[in-house]
Design a protein around this ligand. Structure first.
Ligand SMILES: Cc1cc2nc3c(=O)[nH]c(=O)nc-3n(C[C@H](O)[C@H](O)[C@H](O)COP(=O)(O)O)c2cc1C
Length: 212
């Protein structure tokens, strides 16, 4: 793995045209899946799932519901980051079951935090919870973008898509999920004009404030 993080972050860019003949290996895909699972989330609740699309026919169908962005068709794979449709007390109890099982922690030690979270989420509105879950998806996106860069995988984060159309076409709604973000991954095409463009950034001096 390349260790020069800054060089790799300069190398990555939002790829507009992928080489459709270059497909990610199972090993690379598995790194992306593991990285998604290892993303930190608020309270550790992981209210997310990632749908992986590699089928060329399905990818083609995504273009018109992705503002005609061809990246979703010529990328090797399309990763769809989804949030749960429901975050209820059962979900939270299931999470604490997992903590108990994984760490062998007695339930009475977990109980206060478990009750706190159940009450906390019961008090929140549906839209508040949805916003909170969506923030977790953006965190996963950031993590994946960095991992892609370190693994020499090209990617394009995509907000410009129709989540309802995705959910219906792919049956994501029936899985109790809601798509919120898309990440096209693969390898840049030799003639992607964007790969040669200078990075546009405001600059470290402009965006970082070192307090004296
Ligand atoms: C959350 C998010 C959504 C984005 N949505 C799109 C998109 O729909 N289509 C696209 O071509 N680029 C999209 N981008 C890419 C940005 O335009 C791009 O990252 C930004 O201009 C910086 O350029 P760079 O990533 O090439 O350095 C998105 C980026 C982010 C972080």
């Amino acid at each position: 793995m390349t260790t020069d993080i800054i060089e790799q972050l300069k190398w990555r860019y939002a790829t507009k045209k992928f080489d459709s003949t270059k497909i990610l290996s199972e090993e690379k895909l598995s790194i992306l899946k593991e990285s998604f699972n290892l993303t930190a989330t608020s309270y550790g609740l992981q209210p997310l799932k990632m749908v992986v699309i590699g089928n060329p026919e399905v990818k083609k169908k995504l273009v018109p519901i992705t503002m005609n962005q061809e990246q979703v068709s010529n990328a090797s794979h399309v990763l769809i980051l989804c949030i749960e449709r429901k975050m209820d007390s059962k979900y939270i109890v299931d999470y604490f079951n997992l903590v108990e099982e994984t760490r062998n922690t007695p339930r009475e030690i977990l109980n206060p935090f478990e009750s706190f979270l159940i009450d906390e989420f019961a008090d929140k509105s549906k839209s508040n919870i949805e916003t909170w879950m969506t923030k977790q998806a953006y965190l996963a996106l950031g993590n994946l973008l960095t991992v892609c860069a370190l693994e020499d995988i090209d990617s394009c984060p995509i907000e410009g898509f129709d989540p309802t159309a995705y959910d219906t076409l792919l049956g994501i709604d029936k899985l109790g999920l809601q798509s919120v973000l898309v990440l096209a991954v693969g390898y840049r095409a030799d003639d992607d004009l964007f790969s040669g463009l200078e990075k546009v950034r405001r600059g470290v001096d402009e965006v970082v404030i070192d307090m004296p």
